[in-house]
Every structure is written in C-alpha cells, then in structure tokens.
Design a protein around this ligand. Structure first.
Ligand SMILES: [Mn+2]
Length: 330
C-alpha cells in the first residue's frame, strides 16, 4: 500500500514518503523512501542496484550492498542545508530496482548490466549505481560513452583498479579502469584517482596507471594538503568534461567504512568525502556509482550510513539551485 506520497499534476509521485504519516522503518525500502519507477512516467535521476560481486579478490559480500545502502538511506531527509539543495524535491528521482544477470558468467553479466544501464538512461538521463563490486563500472562506462563519447572519471578508491589481469582474467574488480581506458571510453586528459593508498605490486603500477590517463591524489597528500587543495586539483583536471564519479567505499578509512572487501588503513574520513562530493555541484556529472559495500563486515550500519550519504551528496550535486528566497517544506 503506497501512502504518504505527494503527487504532481500528472499523477507522478515526487519526493519522499512523508515520515509524518508512515514511520521511516515501515516504509517500502526504496533509496531514500523515494518512489519506485512504476510510480512515475520518467525521472531526471534513476537509482539502479547491481547486486553483483562475482569478481572480488578478497572478502566477498558486496552483492548485498544495494539492499544495505537502501536500508540505511531511510534516514535521509528532504533538505540538504550544507548544499542548499533539495535532492529529492528539486528533481524527479526514482528507484529503478536491481539488475538481473548470470552470476556465474562474468562477460555475460557485464553485458546484462550495460543493457540495464542503457534502459535506465531511456527512463532518466542520469543514473546512480549502487554496487556491487567495482567491475560494474566498466559496463556502466560502456553505456555512458555511447551517449556522451569519451568520459572523464573521478575515482575515489584506496586502490588504482587499473591492474591488468588476475589469474589471467581481464574483467575483475581490480581492472575496470584499465579496460575502460583501453576500450577508448575515457578522456585520458581528464581522469583522476583520489584517496589511493596502501601497498602496490611494484612501482611500475603507478607509471602504467599514468599512461592510462589518470592523475593521482594519494590519500596522504589529501591529509597533508587538505580537501580544498584536492578539490581545486580535481576541478583543474576535469574542467567541464562529462565526468563519471565512481566511489569505492573503501576510500574511507576502515574506521568509517569497515563493511567492505579489501580495507586499507589510513583512509579518508566520511566528512572529507561528503565535502568533496558537495563541491562538485555545477560540474557536468553524467553518472555516478557507490561500490564495494559489503554488509557482512559492517558494524552498526556505519558503512551503510556513509554510503547512503554519499548518494545523498551526489543527488544534491545534481539537484538545481533553488530560486532566491524559495521556501519548501515537505
Ligand atoms: Mn575499487
């Protein structure tokens, strides 16, 4: 039973379920208590779950990321005062549900994910992906490049994810951005890794990564120089290019995001990531993802809440500036 929603003049549901009428813990479990895609005729932003984790290299369980993020997102409220944005009311957002795929055939699964993203783009021009492991970013970039040509990537991650193969296999959660660069999907002048840290397989990893089109802001630089310097470097790099924002939740320190498969100490604090995403308002963001949330290793939903707020800031970055003096309330 759908209760507590506002409808627009064409009958579509806009915004979130009114938590004054339906307790947030009893409402249907869409992201942020927004309408399901069947309740609207179209949207500006679609949120698509991809519960795929067949390519992880260490701890598995990111297949349960989408439902975990959605559950934690029940606490998101309509107005974002830091951004002065209405992420769910300033634009039509809809939850597109989850993609189905063959979990035992990676190439086929990536094909299904690409098709699902293309279908999502018919419904809404912008897509926020809830993963799943990071291999998913490759089919998303394949779909987006059909629309936008070569794309820049702002890649928040403890890891480079530009390795070549594992066990001679090319399509894994540590390789999506090398494959994307090789396939010509990326604008090699405009890509950046943020928050990289931890050990590598050799010092050649960084050099190879550079030839694939990435500038790197290592996590220790971010800590020493501060987030504003990092924001400026990112904007100088990306400029007004169409850009994809990919957030591996392991960019956060394990203290802030224990629920992930390959944690690395020394990471970002949640506030730093949220502040940086908020600063991207006005950039030409054509899509975004939140990857590698693995709830089995989460404690007290810390990682889930962080991921939900990452989604909130990304949606806020997309939402239009409110008119001067505009007052809204749910
Ligand atoms: Mn990753």
């Amino acid at each position: 039973m759908v209760r507590g929603f506002k409808r627009t003049s064409n009958g579509d549901i806009l915004g979130q379920i009114a938590t004054t009428e339906v307790p947030r813990y009893s409402a249907p479990g869409t992201f942020g208590l927004i309408p399901d895609h069947r309740e609207v005729t179209g949207a500006q932003v679609g949120i698509l779950g991809v519960p795929f984790d067949s390519t992880v290299s260490y701890r598995s369980g990111a297949r349960f990321g989408p439902e975990h993020i959605r559950n934690a997102s029940r606490l998101l409220r309509p107005y974002n005062p830091e951004a002065n944005k209405w992420p769910f009311l300033g634009q039509q957002v809809a939850d597109l549900g989850d993609v189905a795929f063959n979990p035992y055939d990676i190439v086929s699964a990536l094909g299904s994910i690409e098709s699902a993203v293309l279908e999502a783009l018919e419904f809404a021009p912008k897509t926020l992906i809830l993963g799943g492991d990071h291999s998913i970013s490759l089919p998303v970039l394949r779909a987006l490049s059909r629309r936008h040509g070569q794309i820049s990537v702002i890649h928040f991650d403890a890891h480079l994810d530009t390795w070549d193969t594992y066990f001679d296999q090319p399509y894994l959660h540590g390789t999506p951005f090398r494959r994307a660069s090789e396939e010509g999907l990326l604008d090699r002048e405009g890509c950046v890794h943020v928050g990289t840290r931890g050990g590598l397989y050799g010092n050649t990893d960084m050099l190879e990564d550079k030839t694939l089109g990435f500038m790197t802001i290592r996590c220790h630089e971010l800590h020493l120089d501060g987030v504003e310097v990092a924001i400026e470097r990112i904007k100088q790099r990306v400029k007004d290019r169409p850009v994809y924002v990919s957030v591996d939740i392991d960019v956060l320190d394990p203290a802030y995001a224990p629920g992930t498969g390959t944690p690395e100490p020394g990471g970002m604090a949640t506030w730093q990531l949220l502040h940086m995403l908020r600063s991207f308002s006005g950039m030409n963001i054509v899509g975004a993802d939140i990857m590698e949330v693995a709830p089995a290793y989460d404690h007290a939903e810390i990682t889930g809440f962080a991921a939900a707020h990452v989604g909130y800031e990304l949606l806020s970055a997309w939402a239009p500036e409110p008119g001067a003096g505009e007052i809204k309330t749910r």
